[in-house]
Design a protein. Structure first.
Length: 183
């Protein structure tokens, strides 16, 4: 995508320089024509005037052709850019669907694991949760029955029980979008 944007910018800047050059040449010819008309020299100004007019017309035609080519190039670049954007949007949509499916799968797994711990004796569950990664432990504690979670927390060392409780409370205070509900 960057390649196409850069190509478009180069095309436009090249066009600007070329157009400026053509415009400068046209201005110069117009100036010369104006000088010739105002001077009214005796040495066949009509023939010279006609030649300069023909060159001006020729340059204007060249400029028109050049602008048509630039327009076609820009249309092609725009078409390619639009196609690339559609492809990127489709890829983004597929990625979002995949991420959502993965989150749902993780949620289902976490719910099943939480069900196992909910049915365990609090002492045994606490012994396992004590050595668990804190994110996993708090996820499980959040998903099980509050009474069972309380019994499991009672079996843990007080500092760990406090830590898990704080984490659970901080996560509970967040909305599904991940921002604090108080905002």
């Amino acid at each position: 995508m960057k390649k196409f944007v850069i190509m478009a910018m180069v095309t436009l800047s090249t066009a600007s320089f070329a157009e400026q050059d053509i415009l400068d040449q046209n201005r110069k010819l117009i100036g010369e024509l104006t000088d010739m008309v105002t001077r009214k020299t005796s040495e066949a100004p009509d023939k010279e005037l006609i030649q300069k007019q023909e060159r001006l017309i020729e340059r204007a035609n060249l400029q028109a052709e050049y602008l048509k080519k630039l327009e076609k190039n820009l249309e092609a670049l725009n078409s390619t850019l639009e196609r690339k954007m559609k492809d990127m949007n489709a890829q983004q949509a597929r990625m979002n669907e995949t991420i959502l499916a993965e989150k749902q799968l993780q949620n289902q797994k976490a719910q099943r694991i939480a069900g196992v711990y909910e049915n365990m004796q609090p002492q045994k569950a606490g012994a396992v949760i004590k050595d668990m990664d804190e994110k996993m432990a708090t996820t499980i504690l959040q998903r099980i029955n509050q009474r069972q979670a309380g019994k499991i927390l009672e079996t843990l060392p007080p500092s760990l029980s406090l830590r898990y409780t704080k984490l659970i409370l901080s996560w509970s205070a967040k909305t599904p979008s991940g921002t604090n509900a108080s905002h």
